[in-house]
Ligand binder design. Structure first.
Ligand code: PCA
Length: 201
């Protein structure tokens, strides 16, 4: 059976909960759209997260990698179009703070997602979940993981489709940070399921 590696992240910065962790736990072991789901949670750590994700790719040998990250403040599911060769932003969970730092010294400026992001958006919307393509994954850990995985796939010519989806806050998180737009955890999970089902449409 085809394999899908789904990754999420641990909590970070002022977010005591990361709903991507719950999504990974909920989906791991399931079969969706003809894919066996393997779930892994990544650390919010510049030195570790991409390395860890690539180790999981080597271990699992998936056909597809979908990485998930929280974009607190967004109100829709947002498949990312592109990852850029830049690390910048707040300190990570280990206290490492980078500015204007390339992910790969000699790497290309960016990599486009190789996931069917337009189909993802259409499939989520058909099921009633607001979704739109995002044209920036930022410059923090999520962009770092998306770029690094696509770089590895490109460099080694691996037959793997990969990319990233940023998700809104869950209600559980919004209770602690009341300004955030939020979704129920169940809807977050179902919206991701609707996109997984669209992988081969
Ligand atoms: N979101 C952050 C890092 C971890 C996460 O879930 C980001 O958007 O980079």
């Amino acid at each position: 059976m085809k394999k899908l590696l789904v990754t999420g992240f641990e909590p970070f910065l002022d977010n005591p909960i990361n709903p991507t962790e719950e999504i990974v736990k909920a989906l791991a072991g399931q079969i969706i759209g003809g894919y066996e789901i393997i779930g892994r949670v990544l650390p919010v750590d510049f030195a570790e997260s991409a390395k860890r994700c690539i180790e999981y790719v080597n271990e699992v040998k998936p056909d597809v990698v979908i990485s998930l990250g929280l974009a607190a403040g967004r109100n829709k599911m947002t498949p990312e179009r592109i990852a850029i060769n830049c690390r910048d932003g707040a300190a990570d969970n280990s206290g490492m703070k980078l500015q204007d730092s390339p992910i790969e010294e000699d790497g290309p400026a960016g990599y486009f997602s190789t996931l069917p992001i337009r189909e993802f958006v259409n499939a989520a919307m058909e099921k009633g979940f607001p979704a739109t393509i995002s044209n920036t994954a930022g410059t923090y850990l999520c962009n770092n993981v998306m770029y690094s995985v696509l770089h590895k796939i490109n460099k080694d010519s691996l037959p793997i489709r990969a990319g990233f989806i940023h998700i809104p806050a869950s209600h559980e998180l919004a209770i602690q940070k009341p300004r955030l737009p939020s979704w129920s955890q169940r809807d977050l999970i179902e919206a991701i399921v609707s996109m997984v089902e669209a992988l081969d449409k």
